[in-house]
Write a protein that binds this ligand. Sequence first.
Ligand SMILES: Nc1ncnc2c1ncn2[C@@H]1O[C@H](COP(=O)(O)OP(=O)(O)OP(=O)(O)O)[C@@H](O)[C@H]1O
Length: 293
Amino acid sequence: MFRQHEEQPARHPEALRLVSVRKVYGSGARAADAQQSTRAAQAENQVTALDGVSLSLPAGSFTAVMGPSGSGKSTLLQCAAGLDQPSSGVVVVDGAELVGGSETELTKFRRQRIGFVFQQFNLLPTLTVLQNVTLPLRLAGRRVDRQAAVRVLEEVGLGERLGYRPAELSGGQQQRVAIARALVTNPRVLFGDEPTGALDTRSARIVLDLLRRAVRDYGQTVVMVTHDPVAASYADSVLFLADGRLAGRLERPTAEAVAERMAHLGDEVLAAPAPGQSYGGSGGPWQPVNQGV
Ligand SMILES: Nc1ncnc2c1ncn2[C@@H]1O[C@H](COP(=O)(O)OP(=O)(O)OP(=O)(O)O)[C@@H](O)[C@H]1O
């Protein structure tokens, strides 16, 4: 089901790379970055949401992103997914650099490479389950393989609900439709921003199992922001953010270890990597970034 259903080029072994990504909200942010003007950067109306984040995630990995409220998790996801543009730095998805361009170019980039699942599902209420799932293919002008869409929906346990409208489904079922909608385009990275945040415990587990299965059985790459240590424990590794910087990484996380690490995040930000180093890869926690992307 999560398998490719149409001809696509082979996947790059590195699904996602961020190099020194900064995001400053507020007027004049880009100019301030370009000129590195300290005074402008300190302007009251500016917020540095990401402060030089570098990371590298291999294809077929499941990564959770955690951190206190306001630490930059959603901003990280938005910049990595091409929903927003960093003020400076480099984002590479599946070997293709996301370069500043028009909204049309960004949209094309996203449609070719990115899947996104939101906390509130974001399904279109007037469309059926099947129509919601095939919509991204239609919007991208791609061939709509109805059988493939049905297979994905069967795989997420909704093969019997093809003609239902979102309002006729539970929250957990709606999120599974949203996941099917994201997976049917065969994205290079599937991003989830609190995908279980609006679900009860049982529905959340079903959704997390689904994401894990997409990674383990079909090589999908998943990056998920969550506040929940149990949700994070479904991932292969957890990246911790604090004050817009990477502040730690945990491999093969347990919910207890994640909760413990969250409690001491403030201590770890002091030991964050110097510019030009990143969290990523399969080796130790610190890996130099190959700048020659
Ligand atoms: N559009 C925006 N304009 C101005 N500031 C913003 C904007 N979006 C986010 N911010 C600020 O950037 C910082 C990081 O926000 P972000 O939403 O990425 O954090 P988060 O870790 O996802 O928080 P939460 O867990 O509460 O969702 C915060 O200080 C936030 O107020």
